[in-house]
Design a protein around this ligand. Sequence first.
Ligand SMILES: [Zn+2]
Length: 297
Amino acid sequence: MPRVIDCHVHLYPDAVNRDPAEWAAGHGEPHWATLCTRKRKDGRAVQGFPSVEELLAEMDRAGVERAVLLGWYWERAENCAAQNRFFAECVRAHPDRLSAFATVQPAAGAAQAVAEMRRAGAEGLCGLGELSPHAQGYAVAGAEFGAVLAVVEELGWPVNLHVTDARGPHYPGRVETPPGDFVKVARSWPAVRFILAHWGGGAPFATETGGFFGNVYYDTAASPLLYGAGIWREFLKKTGAARVLFGSDYPLNNYPRETETAEMGRLLAEVRGAGLNGEELAALLEGTARDLGMTRG
Ligand SMILES: [Zn+2]
């Protein structure tokens, strides 16, 4: 049985968790508030705000050995810095269970973003993201992001980018992310491994991408909210298992019709029941994350 690494988990410090909407209003993060603090039509919160102890307890319940904490694509640089310091603390306290990616806001200036990445690297963080050039307001081929990617390449970090599917459901706060943009940036930076979140918004199936895979990987975050359970086989048939990383998007509730709060175990049961062979499961659940250096605590 492969060990399980959940490559797409979000976590916030107590200062955010106490009252997420109030925190966002006081810290200039309206887009995050729209996406993360809203209620569904049935009145359920789209996601929870667990503490690090609650995250570890959920990992134990679900049989997840390691979670990779992803930063948010904050609008303000100081919120990126605060999240990076919080993640450094989490990884220091639980190196056997947690790894973490740094986050930056390149639109606030490349120099501060680069300094922040170097600091986070020295603190033990092992990748960059989840970033969203389209939501944060900088060009994928622009100078600011270029300066950031040059340091990513030097550090050997993978980069996780938020991607939406043009055919996917509309929800408040949704931002369009043309698949061609990701191909452009991946071709320009062939030594950087890009992880396109949420199955890459179906990018491997898009005609604009012209069947380009190269240095591009995909994660499965929020899969049940976006695609049916047939996606696992359909996608792997197109890309092979070695390009896909298991990620839940916990503490987002992936099964709001079935459960009150977010669970990692349900998505694991879905992938294990998806008809993949042992080798495919091993790559998806563990192997590729190790290859990309995401198991550093
Ligand atoms: Zn995410």
